[in-house]
Design a binder for this molecule. Structure first.
Ligand SMILES: [Zn+2]
Length: 95
């Protein structure tokens, strides 16, 4: 006989959990929206740390058609074979 109220209780609990999850998501999105309004659209466009580290420890190929990102210690481009170190160390001595 006590099964029916138990089912209702579980149903209410599940609904309550759903409301909390959806409500939390809603509050979070509203909060995000307001921070974007207050601090400008570029506030959330911070470069991720791993990307920042990758950029700092990398060197881009100087050839305009290539632009491949290579490791900072690389001496030649891994795609086109362009010399990376020589151009960095002596950029104007060729001419
Ligand atoms: Zn290259």
């Amino acid at each position: 006989m006590a099964v029916f109220p138990l089912v209702i209780l579980i149903f209410v609990l599940v609904m309550f959990a759903g409301v909390i999850i959806v409500g939390g998501w809603l509050v979070l999105s509203v909060f995000r929206f307001f921070t974007r309004v207050l601090f400008g659209p570029n506030h959330n466009r911070v470069i991720p740390r791993h990307e920042f580290e990758a950029r700092r420890s990398s060197i881009q190929c100087t050839r305009p058609q290539c632009r491949t990102v290579n490791a900072a210690h690389a001496r030649f481009c891994r795609r086109c074979g362009e010399s990376l170190a020589a151009r960095d160390e002596y950029p104007r001595s060729v001419a």
